[in-house]
Design a protein around this ligand. Structure first.
Ligand code: HEC
Length: 197
């Protein structure tokens, strides 16, 4: 004799099991003894608080960037941030971390697997190269793997490059952004409060 009940029983058991699991998941959140809700994870530090000489960075890019609209640049950056980080030690995603990229060899981020095109590229990133790259990545460096259609509007590119230069600039590195001088650099760097305890 068949036992049609057993199937119902099985379904009931599965349903109960699923329900129990769900309940467990809900009850998993820890409660502090005082009854306070746990604080949310701290937000990453806003880029604006970084110790960067903005004017020096912009001057190093060139005249065209001195009065760029960096707020617009930050908005445009949203098109890049699904693939790139800009902070020091930021992780590589689909694209490499871009920290300190200005003045650096193209294809030079450590630990990122570039296409042959970028690995073999022999130039240093300045606003000039970056402008061409962003206008049309495909034609600037054929064979590269960055799938981005390009920013056709020149003033948009200026705004984005200005924002990016400040966002990726190393902190406390104002010297790196001074215009070239006649004498070789023999000055002592200012090191106030740098003594070890
Ligand atoms: C869909 C993902 C994606 C988007 C969106 C994207 N990139 Fe990239 N980017 C990449 C990849 C991948 C590479 C490396 C390409 C290669 O190896 O050929 C790259 C490389 C670069 C490089 C060269 C870095 C180096 O170390 O030489 C720069 C600069 C750059 N991207 C800037 C940008 C900017 C600015 C934007 C937004 C306008 C942007 N990217 C949007 C994926 C992306």
């Amino acid at each position: 004799m068949r036992t049609p009940v057993s199937r119902h029983a099985l379904i009931a058991m599965l349903a109960a099991g699923a329900f129990t699991l769900g309940a467990c998941g809900d009850a998993g959140a820890p409660e502090s003894p005082t009854g306070d809700t746990p604080a949310p994870a701290p937000a990453p530090e806003p880029a604006a608080e970084r110790n960067v000489d903005v004017d020096a960075v912009l001057a190093s890019l060139g005249e065209a960037y001195m009065d760029a609209n960096r707020a617009n640049g930050e908005r445009l950056w949203r098109r890049c941030q699904s693939c790139h980080t800009v902070n020091e030690g930021g992780r590589h995603m689909v694209g490499p971390n871009l920290y300190a990229m200005f003045g650096q060899q193209a294809g030079g981020a450590e630990g990122f697997r570039y296409s042959n095109a970028l690995q073999e590229a022999d130039f240093v990133w300045t606003a000039v190269e970056l402008d061409e790259w962003l206008a049309n990545p495909r034609t600037f460096l054929p064979g590269n793997r960055m799938s981005f259609a390009g920013l056709r509007n020149e003033s948009d590119r200026n705004d984005l490059i200005a924002w990016l230069a400040v966002a990726t600039a190393p902190e406390d590195a104002a010297d790196a952004y001074e215009p070239a001088q006649d004498e070789p650099d023999a000055r002592d760097p200012e090191t106030d409060g740098d003594s070890e305890g």
